[in-house]
Design a protein around this ligand. Structure first.
Ligand code: ZN
Ligand code: ZN
Length: 731
């Protein structure tokens, strides 16, 4: 018997394949898109989100299985989120099923109903004082509960605190009609009164010009030097949005060092906000998502994926440090949170505010091309401007554990004057190279094309790509030479050296090896906050937007790696890192100083960074990219494949290339590859890439729209995976 089409529905399932799945749904089901169901799948079950209540099914009706129970009373994704997911899937060429689930907290990926974030509260009913008084003698326990309830409703926890045996008494009171329970209504939290700090003339000017433009969609770039008070402008605009009864999403690159920000937000907005980041448990993230969705919380403050927070009346999206590469998701569904945010704002006709001291080349180009609004904030409200970068030549003089003698002199001076020192070294471990100087043997990973890093604290050689660990050999495995040497300096060695040299000064190291918990990080930040002299050393984590006014000296130990990197974005990233690290210094009442060590002090990029400002340098980089036809003047789509053998990975991409090559419109694009990836072997798999370079988005779009259905059908050899990366960050 054929299935009536009205009872079929198409579902998204979180699988890396380009299709949706049809199931039969019980008659009478409201079939609301965005609702989750438990679906039989293979021999198990999966969670599916209903997408389309009337699909054009091409599946043989006899093969369609009945859907399992509906898991939600109402949709967990509203129409807008479904539309955004469809756009993301189409733009980034990602499987819709995976994108739909990207928009949901992990808790809702399970095949079960979500936990209720509501509590029962008991209250007095019936207004019968005489009946209550009558209990005083007959049932003192019930009387006591009534007296407590007279001053307000109580939860089970409150009642238990009053009397561990409350249950029977309350049930008796319910039978008497004196007490009844109800679900707690979502509490609306009032915004606390707060008198905002006085703004500088520049800040006021920016707010004045922003104000009238916030009525609808627009992209606003707040281009403000480090320490210029961008956050204050965000907070002002957030307040205005909340006062208008709307909600706000506020994205930051990393939550680790943002405690000061969280404090400021709490001070301003009380408990009106939720936090969401990967450090939270699944249930806390779900609760944050759910409260924001119900409008119980007005601000969602969090990292990349908080962009997918759902609510009824979003009024503003703020993206702090818009240039930060952590906004780009590089595994699973590949997307850029900044670009998706802009699309979301456009769909909702609301403003989006980007902020950075070092805006990305994409954003600067878009500002010029699409007439985005730009606001310059080039003064610090404190006395001192960000320090200019100064180069320290590493070719002459003594160097101890990576630090030049001249730099030690400056460290000593700053510590003596009561300042704090920040040393940036983007390399974990003790030493990055372990080798035999007799025969040239190097410690390399068994699974990757990568060197092993010496981690002395654990006595191992570790691969930073796959986690492979090896013992430090007693003698060279190749020639037997007993003298194995290590070269280069990582944060572990730097810390050890500084502890020996400055026994009286706290050395605070922040990197992934030592910051296992939030507490470990907090204890270090506490010390920074005291303002007492100390040395902070760390990797990327410490270069991001934090504000410790006692830091007066910033040192970048090694700028040279980036100078000769094959990645075309390396100069832009180096410029951002150097200006960001320098910008950590001199934010208080003492001037800052910023030093950059290099063996190539004459390198034109370094010279430019020292002599000119960020905007000038990036202006030149943009000019270069335009000449070369690189992003942002071109669009890059990368197909990547990995397999147990390089040939299989290349063959898979060759098939994709052939499909693309016969697609109309391909003449206008450039196909590069397939070729082995820069790091060909990683975690035991060989990797290759095929690059599609287009001068304009439209031409790329057309070709991919035509070719993707066929590519998606491509049955790759067993154990070969391929993915597509739209707007890839590398070439
Ligand atoms: Zn050897
Ligand atoms: Zn490895």
């Amino acid at each position: 018997m054929p299935v009536p089409p009205s009872r079929l529905a198409a579902f998204a399932i979180a699988l890396p394949i380009y299709r949706v799945f049809d199931y039969e749904v019980e008659a009478g089901d409201p079939l609301r898109p965005g609702t989750r169901y438990r679906l039989p799948f293979g021999s198990g079950t999966r969670t599916g989100v209903l997408l389309d209540p009337a699909p054009d099914s091409e599946v043989d009706p006899d093969k369609i299985r009945p859907a399992g129970p509906r898991l939600d009373d109402r949709p967990v994704l509203d129409e807008h989120m479904l539309a955004l997911a469809r756009w993301l899937a189409e733009y980034y060429l990602q499987p819709l099923g995976e994108v739909i689930f990207l928009c949901l907290p992990l808790r809702l990926h399970r095949t079960e109903s979500p936990p209720a974030d509501r509590v029962k509260r008991w209250r007095l009913v019936g207004e019968d004082p005489a009946a209550i008084e009558a209990l005083a003698r007959r049932s003192p326990r019930q009387y006591e509960i009534c007296c407590a309830l007279a001053s307000g409703g109580m939860t089970a926890a409150d009642l238990k605190a009053l009397n561990p045996n409350w249950h029977a008494a309350v049930r008796a009171l319910e039978r008497r009609g004196l007490v009844a329970w109800a679900w707690d209504e979502p509490g609306t939290i009032e915004l606390p009164a707060f008198s905002a700090p006085t703004l500088s003339a520049q800040q006021t000017g920016i707010l004045d010009s922003l104000g009238p433009r916030l009525g609808g969609f627009g992209v606003h770039l707040l281009d403000g030097i480090t320490g210029s008070g961008k956050t204050e402008i965000y907070l002002h605009l957030i307040r205005e949005t909340l006062d208008a009864g709307q909600q706000v999403i506020y994205l930051v690159p990393e939550i680790g060092l943002t405690d000061q920000l969280i404090e400021r937000v709490r001070e301003r907005f009380g408990d009106c906000f939720e936090l969401s980041h990967s450090g939270l448990t699944e249930s806390r993230r779900y609760r944050a998502w759910d409260r924001f969705r119900r409008g119980e919380r007005r601000i969602m403050l969090g990292t990349r994926s908080s962009l997918f927070a759902q609510c009824n009346n979003l009024g503003l999206i703020v993206i702090d440090e818009e240039h930060d590469s952590s906004y780009r998701q590089e595994d699973g569904v590949r997307y850029h949170a900044r670009d998706v945010a802009i699309k979301r704002a456009q769909m909702l006709d609301i403003p989006v505010l980007l902020g950075s001291a070092t805006p990305s080349t994409e954003t600067l180009r878009n500002c010029a091309r699409d007439n985005w609004y730009t606001y310059r904030l080039d003064q610090r409200p404190t006395r001192y401007p960000p320090p200019a970068l100064q180069l320290v030549d590493l070719r002459h003089g003594r160097i101890d554990f990576g630090i030049a003698g001249a730099v030690f002199e400056r460290i000593d001076t700053h510590l003596e004057q009561g300042g704090q020192v920040l040393i940036y070294l983007n390399r974990r471990g003790f030493a990055p190279v372990v080798m035999c100087h007799e025969c040239g043997w190097q410690a390399v990973c068994a699974n990757c094309d990568s060197r092993l890093t010496l981690h002395q604290s654990v006595g191992s050689l570790l691969c930073h790509h796959c986690g492979y660990a090896d013992r430090v050999p007693e003698a060279c495995p190749q020639c037997g030479n007993p003298e194995i040497r290590h070269y280069g300096v990582g944060t572990e060695q730097l810390e050890q050296g500084l502890v020996e040299r400055y026994p009286q000064i706290p050395i605070l190291r922040i990197d992934r090896d030592v910051i296992a918990s939030r507490e470990a990080l907090q204890s270090r930040l506490e010390q920074l906050r005291t303002g007492d002299p100390c040395i902070l050393i760390g990797t990327q984590m410490i270069a991001k937007g934090h504000d410790y006014p006692a830091i007066t000296l910033s040192v970048v130990l090694d700028a040279d790696q980036a100078l000769f990197s094959a990645a075309y974005r390396a100069p832009e990233r180096l410029a951002q890192t150097l200006f960001q690290v320098a910008g950590r210094a001199g934010r208080g009442d003492r001037p800052g100083e910023a030093l950059v060590q290099s063996r190539f002090p004459g390198h034109p990029l370094l010279r430019a960074l020292v002599e000119r400002d960020y905007r000038d340098v990036v202006g030149d980089l943009l000019h270069e990219r335009e000449q070369l036809g690189f992003p942002p003047y071109a669009r890059v789509t990368m197909f990547r494949a990995d397999a147990p053998a390089l040939d299989a990975a290349l063959a898979c991409l060759q098939s994709i290339r052939e499909i693309l090559a016969r697609t109309p419109g391909i003449e206008a694009l450039t196909l590069i590859g397939p070729m082995p990836a820069l790091m060909t072997r990683r975690i035991g798999r060989y990797r290759a890439q095929l690059c599609l370079l287009a001068p304009a988005y439209a031409s790329l779009r057309e070709v991919l729209a035509r070719a993707m259905p066929e590519i998606a059908e491509l049955s790759a050899a067993r154990d070969t995976n391929w993915i597509v990366d739209v707007d890839a960050q590398d070439l």
